[in-house]
Design a binder for this molecule. Structure first.
Ligand SMILES: Cc1cc2nc3c(=O)[nH]c(=O)nc-3n(C[C@H](O)[C@H](O)[C@H](O)COP(=O)(O)OP(=O)(O)OC[C@H]3O[C@@H](n4cnc5c(N)ncnc54)[C@H](O)[C@@H]3O)c2cc1C
Length: 157
């Protein structure tokens, strides 16, 4: 069993990570990897925290950086399962098409620049703090990225 897309991971000073945020089917073998990516981003962000008043901005930065990628992995794992069952009509049981599907999606999970992901999160956090966003009454849209996730996730895209 997996989760449908979570509309947000963070609200004020509370956040979710790992399977609580993005439980995926086991077919992509990447759920724990995604939990570790969450943890490294949060760890990197906390290294840059200067006061408790910045925690909401910190969790917003985490949400906006990590949600699109981790939600896409939920979709990829679902599609791997369908592919294993020959249940994606455009791939069927064609080995070349299946190989190409696995290669493309394994590249998404395995070839990511995770240092850049950490760095992007820290830059976004600093931007949110500088603009006084992500704090109580701030202007951050917690749903930012949801459409992007939905748009990104297409079998064979
Ligand atoms: C069959 C299978 C194969 C998998 N293969 C892979 C793989 O090859 N590679 C990969 O990256 N991922 C794989 N995964 C996914 C991976 O196991 C999970 O994504 C990962 O364990 C999630 O880590 P987590 O810390 O978020 O959650 P969990 O590992 O579920 O940890 C949550 C912890 O919280 C505890 N807990 C729950 N409620 C409470 C409470 N109220 N109070 C205190 N503690 C509580 C639980 O007991 C548990 O110890 C696989 C999953 C399955 C099912």
């Amino acid at each position: 069993m997996d989760h449908d897309h979570a509309p947000y991971y963070s609200r004020r000073r509370v956040t979710m990570m790992g399977d609580a945020a993005h439980a995926a089917m086991p077919f992509a073998g990447n759920g724990a990897a995604q939990a570790i990516e969450d943890a490294t981003v949060i760890n990197e962000l906390f290294k840059n925290l200067e006061s408790a008043s910045q925690i909401e901005a910190l969790f917003q930065a985490y949400d906006q950086i990590r949600r699109p990628r981790s939600q896409r992995v939920v979709e990829i794992a679902r599609d791997f399962g369908r592919l294993y069952g020959f249940a994606i009509p455009e791939y069927g049981d064609d080995p070349d098409k299946m190989r190409s599907f696995f290669g493309k999606n394994a590249a998404f999970t395995n070839n990511a620049d995770l240092s850049k992901q950490n760095q992007d999160a820290v830059e976004l956090f600093k931007e949110l703090v500088a603009n006084d966003q992500g704090v109580a009454g701030g202007k951050v849209d917690a749903n930012a990225g949801v459409q992007q996730v939905a748009g990104d996730v297409k079998v064979g895209a």
